[in-house]
Design a protein around this ligand. Structure first.
Ligand code: GLU
Length: 446
C-alpha cells in the first residue's frame, strides 16, 4: 500500500516552528517511503481562518522546500461532513445535547468537588421527547456529541509504542456546534478515510484524540491509519515556546536571515540522537530519516543554536549553490573567489553585501595608527598582487615601524576595510587592489 500522509494546519496564524517540524517529519516520512504528502487546511473555524494565513503557510512550506502533492480544504467539504454526520446519527453514534457552556461548567465543578473525573454525564442521551421539545421552545439549538464505546482502544504508536485508553475515562467529544459548524475531530477522521491517509503523524497533544478518532474510523466502517505522535518541542531550558521569547513563526526566522536547509536540518534532528548537520539538504535528510529515531522526551529548541547552524551552513556552501542567490540579491558580478573569501564570515546570506561594499564601494578608512598606515602606503608593491602580497607588506611595515602582532594588524585592517574583523587580509588585499588600498591607507574615502 502506497504511503500517504497529511499535514493539517489550521490557517488561523502563520506557520509556527512546532508545526513546521510536524510538516517536515510528515514530508520526510512520505519521501523516504516513496509516498505522497497532502496539505490539508483545517479551516472549518470560519471566524479565525483566513486566506492570508493559508497563503502564508503555503509560502513558508514552499520556502522550506516541502512541496505538497495535493491540497484539500475542509470548508469545501461541509456537505460530505453533514452526510457522514447523518449516517452516524442514524447509527446512534451522534447525539444531540442542549447544555449551555455555563451548565457544562457547573457539572464539571460539581464532579470535581465530589472527587470525580470531569467526564460528560451523557444527559443528552436520556432526554425525553418532552424535554427536547421544551428546549426547542426556549430557542435552544443542540450541539452534537460522538458516543464513545466504553471499551479499550489500543494502537501501536510508531513513536510512543503501545498505547491504550478506556472510553469510559473520556468525555463523548462535541463534534458539531449549535451553529452547525464542525469541530476538528470528526472532519479530520472523515478526511483521513476519504483521502486514503495511511499514517497520521502529529504532535503528542493529539494522543487522546487518537483514541477517539480510532473509534470514529470504526464507527464509519473504515480501518484506522497508523499513528505516530512526536513530543512537542520546548524552548531553551524546557520553557514553553511562546512569542515572548522571540521569533517562533517560520517567517520570523526567515526575516532574521535563517536559511531554509539548516532550519530543516535542525528540525529533523530535534528529538533524535543526531546533531543537526549544517551541510544536509532535504535529500540527505530523507536518506537518513527514520521515524523510530524520535524519542519520547521533549526536545529543546534553541533559536541561538539554529542561528549558529545556519551560519555554519553558509560557511560550507559551494559557490554553485550560492551563485543564483548572489545574483538575485544584486551581486551578479560576485565570482567564486569572492564567495570563497567571504563565506566563512557570514552569519546570514545578506552579509555578503557588507564585504562586497568593502571591496567595491568607497568607504571612509579608520586611521588608528597614522604611522602604520603611512608605512603601509609607502610599501605597497606594484600590481599584480597575489596571495603573497599581504605577508610581504606586513613584513615591510613591521620593519619600518617596529609594530607587531595586533598593534600591526589591527590598524591595517581598520584602514583597509573600515572594520574590526573580517576575512583574511591575505585574500582581501588583492581584491581591494592597489589604487583603493593606497587611498584608504592615506586616509581618503575610496
Ligand atoms: N488542525 C489540527 C492541528 O493543527 C490537525 C491535527 C492532526 O494532524 O490531526 O492541531
Amino acid at each position: 500500500m502506497a504511503v500517504k500522509v497529511r499535514f493539517a494546519p489550521s490557517p488561523t496564524g502563520y506557520l509556527h516552528i512546532g508545526n513546521a517540524r510536524t510538516a517536515l517529519i510528515n514530508w520526510l516520512f512520505a519521501k523516504r517511503a516513496g509516498g505522497s504528502f497532502l496539505l490539508r487546511l483545517d479551516d472549518t473555524d470560519a471566524e479565525r481562518s483566513t486566506a492570508e494565513f493559508a497563503q502564508g503557510i503555503r509560502d513558508d512550506l514552499a520556502w522550506m522546500g516541502l512541496a505538497w502533492d495535493d491540497e484539500k480544504s475542509q470548508i469545501a467539504r461541509l456537505a460530505r461532513y453533514a452526510e457522514a454526520g447523518e449516517a452516524l446519527t442514524a447509527a446512534g453514534r451522534l447525539y444531540a445535547c442542549y447544555e449551555t457552556p455555563e451548565e457544562l461548567d457547573y457539572k464539571r465543578r460539581r464532579q470535581r468537588a465530589r472527587g470525580l473525573p470531569p467526564v460528560y454525564d451523557r444527559e443528552g442521551l436520556s432526554l425525553s421527547a418532552a424535554q427536547t421539545a421544551a428546549y426547542a421552545a426556549e430557542g435552544r439549538r443542540p450541539h452534537w456529541r460522538f458516543l464513545l464505546d466504553h471499551a479499550e482502544t489500543a494502537w501501536d504508536d510508531l513513536v510512543r509504542g503501545p498505547q491504550a485508553y478506556h472510553g469510559a475515562h473520556l468525555s463523548d467529544p462535541v463534534v458539531r456546534r449549535a451553529d452547525g459548524s464542525w469541530l476538528y475531530m470528526l472532519p479530520s477522521a472523515i478526511d483521513d478515510i476519504d483521502f486514503g491517509i495511511t499514517h497520521v503523524i502529529r504532535g503528542e497533544d493529539h494522543v487522546t484524540n487518537t483514541a477517539v478518532q480510532i473509534q470514529m474510523f470504526a464507527a464509519m466502517g473504515a480501518a484506522a491509519p497508523a499513528f505516530a505522535h512526536v513530543p512537542l518541542i520546548t524552548g531553551p531550558g524546557g520553557a514553553g515556546l511562546s512569542k515572548r521569547e522571540g521569533a517562533q513563526a517560520v517567517r520570523d526566522f526567515r526575516a532574521e536571515g535563517i536559511e531554509p536547509a539548516p532550519l530543516c536540518s535542525m528540525l529533523a534532528s530535534l528529538g533524535t540522537a543526531e546533531a543537526a548537520d549544517p551541510a544536509a539538504d532535504l535529500a540527505a535528510l530523507t536518506e537518513r530519516f527514520d521515524i523510530r529515531h524520535f524519542g519520547r522526551s521533549q526536545p529543546q529548541f534553541d533559536p541561538a543554536e539554529l542561528a549558529a547552524v545556519s551560519a555554519r551552513h553558509l560557511h560550507g556552501l559551494a559557490f554553485a549553490a550560492a551563485q543564483a542567490r548572489l545574483a538575485e540579491t544584486g551581486l551578479a558580478d560576485a565570482d567564486e573567489a569572492f564567495w570563497l573569501a567571504v563565506r566563512a564570515n557570514l552569519l546570514r546570506f545578506s552579509d555578503a553585501h557588507i564585504w562586497w561594499r568593502v571591496l567595491h564601494e568607497p568607504l571612509t578608512p579608520l586611521i588608528e595608527d597614522a604611522e602604520v598606515a603611512a608605512a603601509a602606503a609607502e610599501s605597497l608593491p606594484p600590481e599584480p598582487w597575489d596571495g603573497e602580497t599581504w605577508a610581504a607588506l606586513a613584513e615591510a611595515v613591521k620593519a619600518k615601524t617596529g609594530r607587531k602582532g595586533r598593534a600591526l594588524f589591527h590598524p591595517l585592517r581598520l584602514a583597509l576595510t573600515g572594520r574590526e574583523n573580517g576575512p583574511e587580509l591575505k585574500t582581501l588585499l588583492p581584491m581591494i587592489g592597489r589604487e583603493r588600498a593606497l587611498a584608504r591607507l592615506s586616509g581618503r574615502t575610496a
